[in-house]
Every structure is written in structure tokens, then in C-alpha cells.
Design a binder for this molecule. Structure first.
Ligand SMILES: Cc1cc2nc3c(=O)[nH]c(=O)nc-3n(C[C@H](O)[C@H](O)[C@H](O)COP(=O)(O)OP(=O)(O)OC[C@H]3O[C@@H](n4cnc5c(N)ncnc54)[C@H](O)[C@@H]3O)c2cc1C
Length: 325
């Protein structure tokens, strides 16, 4: 009697997308392995805020993902603000105590996590031995039997029936699938950058008052806006200042560049005391994050299937064995 071989899924990249996908597939009894280039799972950056549809998706993927999110999630701190996504302010207003201009509400209000905290909780849902580290994908080759060989820069390789690329915006998996000059492979610079800072909540309250510090706010101005929301169960405030530029991004291989608090204050010149006082509290040396976008194409003559996720992008190579299922 023929023994049915289990289909092997390889996930390239162990960020939030790769981990979530792996946990969801393992939950459904599938055989999955993550190949991550770093030495361990890790997230850079600070806060990330989720919309109600993402929270729904977490529940569908695996109840544990939603529980992990709930464990580390911070909502607006005021009971009266639970349904508020963001209160919007005129960032140029010179009155520090000016009221919001309007609010956007949704079913869940504001839901934010510290990236590293959320990832740490997701990692707990991964069984031992289901991830390999130091594996930077270099190539994918289809074998005669229809399966795929993943080749890594350290000279090692792995075989799988399906390869799912969750390796971020500069995805090697996507490049291998579509070719290096395809529009869906080369991220487009949006001419928008973001300064990021985290402030202790007490410091933020002293600077801008309780209402604005303890609840999500968006301060709008000409060519720039600064958003804040509480994270770490209200102990810290996440600050992100987005600003437009007419200068091209200097090094397209990198997504971040060193910057200073003075750069941020210059880019937000003309903003009122709320925004200015928050930027003055940031560390003297900051990082500026460039905002890139991808055009996502979902059809390829050579490859069978491609799919996108709300945050990451996954591409699937599927061997004929999988297609016959
Ligand atoms: C300033 C800023 C603010 C944002 N705020 C929000 C927000 O509030 N809400 C929201 O939903 N999104 C937000 N985003 C977008 C969000 O951060 C990303 O969409 C999300 O982090 C992407 O996750 P990912 O797992 O797909 O990719 P990544 O987090 O980039 O993970 C990719 C993983 O793949 C690995 N990898 C890369 N190349 C290889 C390779 N060749 N071989 C093996 N492994 C590889 C990397 O080491 C990494 O671990 C923001 C982005 C920015 C820049």
C-alpha cells in the first residue's frame, strides 16, 4: 500500500507575517518550516497599530494569536475613548489645549502593540524545531520531481513542496519569482519618511496633558503629520512623525537612515506646541524610516499561485504534488 507523503511547506522569513502564517498552517495540521536569515526571531521599530479587520484575521488564523495580541495590546486609556481610532487635531494650532477637530471611530477603537512584545508572544506559539536561523534565501530551483530546492547563502539547502515568501518588502522570494526588474519587486519610494520615538507616559503627560497623551491622536499639518498612541499597557507613548520630502532616498538598499532630533524639528517647523514639545523630548539621535510601497501583481505565467497579506506579501510556489490535492 502506498504511503502518502506529507506536503512540506517552507516559509521564508520569520517576521509577523511569516510567524502568523506558520502558526495558522500548523494549527491546521500542515507540515511547515520557517527559514529566517537572522540569528533569532526579532522585530525592529516600536509600536504598530491594528485595524479591526486584522484583529478578525488573527482570530481566524489561530485563537492563540488573538490571545497573544490581547495580552500585549494597549487601547486608548480613557473609557470614553474605547471606540475612537484616532482624535484628529490641527497640528499647527498655537493653543496647546485646543480640542480635537474630528474623530474617527470603529468597532475596536485603537489597538496597538509594541512590535517586539507581540513577536515574543507569537514565538511562544511555535513548536520547537520548526524554524531554522541564519538561512538567507539565495535561490529557489524546481527539481525534476516537481518539488523545490531552497538554496541559502551559507551553502545549505532545503526541499519543500511549496515555498511561501514572507521576507518583507525587499523580498528575495518575490525577486526570484518575478525577476529583479518587475514592478512588484522594486519598492517605490513614496517621498515620505517617518521619525519614530518612544516616550515614558509620565513625561508625555507632563508635556501635552492627560487626554492627548493617554489616547490616540493624529496632529495634521502641511506636508506632515504626527501620530501618537499609548503602548506597553499605558506605560509608554509611541510617536511617529511622517513628513514629505522632494529629495530622493539616498540609499535604496536601506530602509532607514540616521537622523537627529534637530532634523525632525526642522521638518516640523511651523507646527504648534503639542507637536514641537513631543519632538523636543525625543532622543537627540533618531532613526528616520523611509516609506516604500509595492505594486503587487498576482499573476505570473511561470508560477502557479501568488497571494498577498494585509501587511506582508506571500508568494507561493506549489509543486504539482500540491496541485493534485
Ligand atoms: C514607520 C512605519 C510604521 C508602520 N506602522 C504600521 C501600523 O501601524 N500598522 C500596520 O499594520 N503596519 C504598519 N507598518 C507596516 C508593517 O510594519 C509591515 O507591513 C510589517 O511589519 C511587515 O511584516 P512582514 O513580516 O511581512 O515583514 P518584515 O517584518 O520585514 O519581516 C521579514 C522577515 O524576513 C526575513 N528575511 C528577509 N529577507 C530574507 C531572506 N532572503 N531569507 C530569509 N529571511 C529573510 C527578515 O529578517 C525578517 O525577519 C508600518 C511600517 C513603517 C515603516
Amino acid at each position: 500500500m502506498a504511503v502518502e507523503q506529507q506536503i512540506e511547506y517552507a516559509i521564508v522569513g520569520g517576521g509577523i507575517s511569516g510567524l502568523t502564517l506558520a502558526i495558522a498552517l500548523l494549527e491546521r495540521g500542515l507540515s511547515v518550516h520557517i527559514y529566517e536569515q537572522a540569528k533569532e526571531f526579532g522585530e525592529i521599530g516600536a509600536g504598530v497599530s491594528f485595524t479591526p479587520n486584522s484583529v478578525q484575521a488573527m482570530k481566524l488564523c489561530h485563537p492563540g494569536i488573538y490571545d497573544a495580541f490581547e495580552k500585549v495590546c494597549t487601547r486608548n486609556l480613557w473609557p470614553s475613548k474605547q471606540g475612537v481610532w484616532f482624535d484628529f487635531y490641527d497640528g499647527l494650532d498655537t493653543d496647546k489645549n485646543a480640542s480635537s477637530v474630528f474623530s474617527i471611530r470603529n468597532d475596536l477603537g485603537q489597538n496597538a502593540v509594541h512590535r517586539a512584545n507581540f513577536l515574543d508572544e507569537l514565538v511562544k506559539l511555535m513548536p520547537e524545531g520548526k524554524a531554522s536561523f541564519g538561512k538567507r534565501l539565495d535561490d529557489i530551483i524546481q527539481n525534476e520531481d516537481g518539488r523545490y530546492t531552497l538554496k541559502f547563502l551559507d551553502g545549505s539547502s532545503a526541499i519543500a513542496d511549496a515555498v511561501l515568501g514572507c521576507d518583507g518588502i525587499k523580498s528575495k522570494a518575490r525577486e526570484i519569482m518575478f525577476g529583479s526588474d518587475h514592478p512588484c519587486v522594486v519598492p517605490s519610494y513614496t517621498f515620505k519618511n517617518a521619525y519614530r520615538a518612544m516616550l515614558p507616559m509620565e513625561t508625555a503627560i507632563a508635556a501635552i496633558g492627560k487626554e492627548k497623551a493617554e489616547n490616540a491622536c493624529m496632529h495634521l499639518g502641511r506636508g506632515a503629520h504626527l501620530l501618537t498612541f499609548p503602548v506597553r499597557h499605558g506605560q509608554m507613548m509611541n510617536v511617529v512623525g511622517f513628513c514629505g520630502t522632494d529629495q530622493p532616498w539616498k540609499d535604496m538598499r536601506k530602509l532607514t537612515a540616521p537622523a537627529t532630533r534637530e532634523d525632525a524639528l526642522r521638518d516640523f517647523a511651523g507646527f504648534g506646541p503639542v507637536v514641537t514639545s513631543l519632538l523636543q523630548l525625543a532622543e537627540p539621535t533618531l532613526e528616520i524610516v523611509s516609506c516604500f510601497l509595492l505594486c503587487i501583481a498576482c499573476n505570473s505565467r511561470q508560477q502557479q499561485t501568488a497571494l498577498t497579506q494585509s501587511s506582508g506579501v506571500s508568494l507561493i510556489w506549489a509543486s504539482t504534488r500540491l496541485h493534485r490535492m
